[in-house]
Write a protein of this length. Structure first.
Length: 313
């Protein structure tokens, strides 16, 4: 029996995946530190061995064929499994050396993450840590592709290949100008935000999708005047333009400002949950497991409320 798979080289799959990710042979070659002819030659050999084209090349444009798209899925899994095998072997040396790749959403990375990272590095100085600030969908894609060991983002998950472990829950609060009619209230019902002029995070953030879901559940359709990726811009819009906004409790650095009022929201009370994200059914390195344990100890230890209201951010 002709075992064609045994003739496929690991290097060829790595070259193919680099080209499939970038859809640009020159960029893929530069990423791999090889010449473009070398990369093209290896991919041609792979195509010959498989007996099909993996890329359509029209002028300078490159796209995956149906066969290429299919191979990309299985090649990604194969490379990921090999990486997991190498990590498992490295486990034999404990936490003496190794790598830890973490993806973190922006709001978690600014205030909650640095103390955890500092503690880990101090305790395990020979572990090389790579931290990337990413959106939740980017983290999930990277976990599935084997480019991350662990992620920290907001629930819920959008990818069935991602396993979530909730670790921290916090409220989403309404911020209004001091002169706004809502400023005299003790709390605001979500339905009262119907047609309110608002500044909100843009739709690339999972928190925005959470807010939209709570508004929809309450039957409120706000008049969104400003969308941004900056909490500071939203607060500026509140103080200078008279808009109202919804921001996470931890993003409020001071409650003593005279120009704004911070109010609870009810019916329903909007909450967001931070969670550890793991690649489902994949090997978890000891470094990743240890860091995950540090996160649990920080936010879920006995005696500390799950909302973590003792934190300043």
């Amino acid at each position: 029996m002709d075992n064609w798979a045994s003739d496929i080289k690991l290097r060829q799959l790595q070259y193919f995946l680099a080209a499939a990710d970038s859809l640009h042979f020159t960029k893929a070659a530069a990423q791999l530190a090889v010449t473009q002819p070398t990369l093209s030659h290896q991919i041609r050999e792979l195509e010959q061995r498989l007996g099909c084209r993996l890329f359509d090349r029209i002028g300078r444009s490159v796209s995956l064929t149906q066969a290429g798209t299919l191979l990309r899925t299985y090649a990604t899994r194969s490379i990921s499994q090999l990486d997991a095998g190498r990590a498992a072997i490295a486990e034999l040396e404990g936490l003496v050396r190794g790598n830890l790749r973490i993806g973190v959403i922006q709001s978690f990375s600014r205030t909650l993450f640095p103390p955890l990272l500092g503690r880990f590095i101090s305790k395990y100085p020979n572990i090389r840590v790579q931290v990337d600030e990413m959106t939740a969908p980017e983290i999930e894609a990277a976990l599935t592709a084997g480019r991350l060991d662990l992620g920290i983002a907001f629930a819920p998950s959008l990818d069935p290949e991602t396993e979530l472990e909730p670790v921290l829950e916090e409220r989403l609060l309404l911020v209004v100008p001091a002169a706004h009619p809502f400023a005299r209230k003790r709390f605001v019902r979500m339905v009262e935000l119907h047609q309110q002029r608002m500044a909100l995070l843009n739709s690339s953030y999972s928190t925005r999708h959470l807010i939209d879901g709570y508004l929809q559940k309450a039957g409120a359709v706000p008049n969104v005047i400003c969308e941004t990726n900056s909490i500071q811009v939203m607060l500026g819009a509140v103080t200078r333009s008279g808009l109202v906004t919804i921001i996470p409790e931890r993003a409020i650095t001071s409650r003593r400002r005279s120009d704004i009022r911070i109010l609870p929201l009810r019916d329903p009370t909007p909450m967001r949950t931070s969670a550890l994200m793991w690649p489902r059914d994949a090997f978890r390195t000891r470094a990743a497991r240890t860091f995950g344990e540090m996160v649990r100890d920080r936010f879920l230890r006995p005696g500390l409320p799950a909302t973590g209201q003792h934190d300043s951010a």
